[in-house]
Ligand binder design. Structure first.
Ligand SMILES: Nc1ncnc2c1ncn2[C@@H]1O[C@H](COP(=O)(O)OP(=O)(O)O)[C@@H](O)[C@H]1O
Ligand SMILES: [Mg+2]
Length: 346
């Protein structure tokens, strides 16, 4: 899908969300920029701990302060900076113009109310519908997300439904008021593969019907290839690569992206062949000097270990790696990149 002429509805500029614990400063999100256009899906991908959820909670203004604080940046939603919005203004926005779905629906569903009542509440609060009509709309939403016998299911409590059904309820609730932006934070991670595919299909269909823009947060490159138009790759609170989904898979530039791609299971690859990226994500309160990925990077030079690279911008593509700068004097990653795209083409 071509997104180049579409209106930008969300623009995140130099977002910094830090946590303060004692004398320590944990820079969970440290200078992130991206935008989302109407109707498109932007992926944010990276291993656990890279700052994906803190980015999405910052957009929703759901960071608990203390210990957290958005210390810098702008979050412009349709031209308005959400960081200067009042708490009341944000309450009207959440679940209405901007919605979020989480990995574990049980943490966001209320266990003691029926799922129908919980969806109906969105219609009552945001659209001021009377009780009976709100209930009917809730049942329609359950039907729309593919829940069989929705009249009966609406009266059930969350624990009476399976994991997949609960995630459908979450999607129904999130989309009830036709938000312009949906943030889906690992929406299928807790589900088995078959249900995962069904939920991703459902999201895609509804997004097309409603024209919703989606931020799809995932650690799974398979989910990225299925759902995204453009992708931001995050590592240690920063974006290390940002490009369209085809370029990402055909010509991954950052050694971290290349590593993530090598760890996708492909139909013709054995699980044993999968190479996880060696080493672990460094702790955000103790980041290495220079490029945060250098200790795990097969190409790192002294330059990488001493100076942090800037995000290099080439039209719509961005990469934060010394290899693509004029100062680079180490081996080129081209061969590795070629191997990766070959493996993915098969
Ligand atoms: N309440 C908190 N207090 C201190 N540090 C936190 C808190 N929440 C998150 N972090 C830090 O922020 C980093 C990024 O977290 P998160 O955004 O949840 O990562 P992801 O969603 O990519 O797995 C984590 O490594 C964690 O150390
Ligand atoms: Mg997360």
């Amino acid at each position: 899908m071509g997104t180049e002429h579409k209106e930008t509805i969300l623009e995140v500029k130099n977002l910094k969300t830090h946590f303060f614990s004692g004398k320590k400063v944990i820079k969970a999100v440290d200078g992130v920029d991206f935008d989302v256009k109407r109707g498109e899906t932007l992926g944010i991908v990276g291993e656990s701990g890279s700052g994906k959820s803190i980015t999405s909670l910052s957009i929703m203004r759901l960071i608990a302060e203390p210990p957290g604080k958005i210390v810098d940046g702008e979050i412009n939603f349709k031209g308005k900076n959400l960081l200067s919005e009042t708490e009341e203004g944000m309450r009207q926005m959440r679940g209405n113009k901007i919605s979020m779905i989480f990995q574990e629906p049980m943490t966001s569903l209320n266990p003691v109310y029926s799922v129908g009542e919980q969806i109906a509440e969105a219609f009552r609060i945001h659209q001021k519908l009377p009780k009976k009509e709100a209930w009917q709309r809730a049942v329609e939403m359950l039907r729309l997300v593919g829940i069989p016998s929705p009249e009966k299911r609406a009266k059930q409590e969350p624990h009476e439904l399976s994991g997949g059904m609960r995630q459908r309820v979450m999607i129904a609730m999130a989309l009830a008021c036709k938000p312009e932006l949906l943030i889906a934070d690992e929406p299928t991670t807790a589900l088995d593969v078959t249900i995962q595919a069904q939920i991703l299909d459902l999201l895609k269909n509804l997004q097309e019907q409603l024209g919703t823009a989606v931020i799809m947060i995932t650690h799974d490159m398979g989910v990225v290839s299925e759902t995204c138009d453009r992708v931001a790759v995050m590592y240690c609170g920063k974006i290390v690569e940002h490009t369209d989904v085809d370029s990402l898979f055909e010509n991954p530039k950052h050694p971290y992206t290349q590593g993530l791609l090598r760890s996708i299971p492909a139909v013709d690859r054995d699980v044993e062949e999968l190479e996880a990226i060696p080493g672990t994500v460094p702790s955000p309160d103790n980041l290495p000097k220079g490029c945060s990925f250098a200790p795990r990077c097969p190409f790192a030079t002294d330059l990488c270990r001493t100076e942090e690279p800037d995000l290099l911008i080439d039209n719509d593509d961005k990469v934060r790696c010394w290899m693509y700068s004029e100062r680079w004097n180490g081996p080129a990653a081209k061969e590795v990149a070629a191997d990766v795209s070959h493996a993915n083409a098969n």
